[in-house]
Write a new protein. Structure first.
Length: 518
């Protein structure tokens, strides 16, 4: 063996990557397979995919990587898988699919069929979460399948998160970790186990216990690559698969966030801010902290559901000329837009965006909003306002988590596809008034998964040792004091007051929509 390597699989929303990682955090080689169609819509708002779609793409990436690195196969000591969250697979008694996967971007809602006992409804109303609990119930995909597809529900014997299904295809064992089990299913995130039958909130998505699956701690050997999986992936038969966590959990560790004074920002399809804590707390009222891949800890998180997806949406809807210019210059449309948006002053000359393109349980009536338009604003002001709006929302989220968890964040680390943008990283630093650090690779999810595997295999004695060896700061974006003052004026005097003031109008709009009046 020349040097120990971990084979990681990062199964994302837009692509799958197979990557070889060494103990110094180097990406030895990688193969990426981009999806031609990340999901399909049978109806507006739906998002589904074939059950084996992700595994098949993983096999394509893995086969190409292994063929190119045949000489390094003896150095691979384990593999690790990290996968998108809240994407559900429905299986029969033979673990064959009973329907297509329901994707995390799916926005369908079921009917609220008065599922809560009266005493629970009274409790939910008393604590101010009556509407939120109804939204939670209606957005649960398992409730939709139970209501709308009773024959499928009857045939379905297991409802599992996507990573558990991939683990099964790789090892023959249907199991996963609490750190991977992030979905609208009855998980007790504080205790890192399935909810008990009498738990207060189990009624939101009451999947019968026998339809759930085995949970094991992160860092354990979940199983070994089967002969069939080896033939499909090119990975060595018998290679141990180390249980890790979902993409955000692995990314947080991969960005070195394993102490309470750090936070990770993910500029992905959904944008998140995550912290590290060994004392459980709710980042917002009634919102759980999710289990960390470090078993003694949790990652409090607040999510901007659409996040940097809005930039892709903007380019698709308004960026035709920029795409033409980018093609002529041989660069990406994002580079053109970032260059022009960088010429727009901080604060966009009074244009402000609130990025609630998709409502959540805590803001069930919310919509996206853009305010402050004047005749001198251009589409590049809007593009920059999207980035600023996401950053202001993440800043508000950090202040909420600091207060509730009695933490004080001193360092920010940024990852995700949007972090490749110097403009976005600088706006983040200017908004938060903190240095923003970018590490040596954009593959933070795979890096975190590899760290879990290396620690599990005894190559490092601790995660702190793994971080020192594998995570290297590449860029630091220092906040501009003048821009920070502008953003704090925006935040304190306008931004954090928008939702409170327009919420009644949003509620009226929702009512008109539900009555088909608009």
């Amino acid at each position: 063996m020349n040097r120990p390597l971990i084979l990681t699989y990062d199964v994302g929303t837009q692509s799958t990557r197979a990557i070889l990682v060494d103990k110094q955090g180097n990406i030895v080689d990688k193969e990426q397979v981009k999806y031609a169609e990340p999901y399909f819509r049978q109806r507006p708002g739906w998002a589904e995919q074939k059950t084996d779609f992700y595994f098949d793409n993983m096999c394509k990436a893995s086969t190409a990587l292994m063929a190119r690195n045949a000489d390094k196969v003896p150095d691979i000591i384990a593999c690790a898988v990290t996968v998108i969250r809240d994407t559900l697979v429905f299986l029969d008694e033979n673990y064959q699919p009973t329907r297509d996967i329901i994707h995390w971007l799916d926005a369908r809602k079921c009917v609220f069929d008065d599922p809560f006992p009266l005493w629970k409804e009274a409790v939910f109303e008393l604590i101010g979460m009556g509407k939120g609990t109804r939204i939670a119930y209606r957005t649960s995909k398992v409730n939709w399948v139970r209501q709308k597809q009773p024959k499928v529900w009857a045939r379905t014997k297991k409802i599992v998160c996507l990573p558990a299904y991939i683990n099964y295809r790789m090892t023959g064992r249907l199991a996963d970790t609490p750190a991977s089990t992030i979905a609208h299913i009855p998980m007790d995130y504080k205790k890192k186990r399935w909810m008990k039958e009498n738990d207060l909130t189990r009624c939101f998505f009451d999947v019968p216990q026998d339809k759930l699956y085995e949970l094991i701690p992160s860092g354990e050997v979940l199983g070994y690559i089967t002969k069939e999986a080896a033939a499909l992936t090119g990975a060595p038969e018998g290679l141990p698969l180390i249980a890790t966590g979902a993409d955000k959990a692995c990314e947080t560790l991969g960005l070195s966030v394993a102490s309470p004074d750090k936070a990770s920002i993910s500029f992905g399809t959904s944008s998140t801010i995550e912290m590290y804590t060994e004392q459980y707390f709710e980042p917002q009222a009634f919102l759980p902290s999710y289990p960390s891949v470090i078993n003694k800890a949790w990652n409090p998180e607040i999510q901007v559901f659409r996040g940097f997806w809005m930039l892709s949406w903007f380019i698709k809807e308004f960026g035709d000329k920029d795409k033409e210019e980018a093609e002529k210059l041989g660069v990406s449309p994002e580079e053109i837009l970032n260059t022009k948006a960088a010429q727009v002053p901080a604060g966009c000359q009074g244009l402000m965006l609130q990025p609630y393109w998709t409502p959540d349980v805590l803001k069930p009536d919310s919509y996206g909003a853009i305010i402050g338009f004047s005749d001198y604003h251009t589409k590049y002001h809007i593009y920059r306002a999207i980035i600023e709006g996401v950053c202001l929302e993440l800043y508000m989220s950090m202040k909420s988590m600091e207060k509730r968890g009695k933490k004080h964040i001193k360092q920010l680390y940024v990852g995700g596809g949007g972090s490749k943008s110097d403009l976005a990283s600088q706006i983040l630093a200017d908004t938060f008034g903190l240095p923003v650090k970018r590490i040596h690779t954009h593959e933070a999810c795979s890096l975190g998964a590899a760290m879990v595997a290396f620690v599990a295999k005894g190559e490092f004695e601790s995660f702190d040792e793994a971080i020192k060896s594998m995570v290297h700061e590449k860029d630091v974006f220092t906040p501009d004091p003048k821009n920070h003052e502008i953003y704090m004026n925006m935040y304190n005097k306008v931004y954090r007051k928008i939702y409170k003031n327009v919420r009644p109008l949003y509620a009226t709009m929702n009512n008109l929509k539900e009555r088909n009046m608009i």
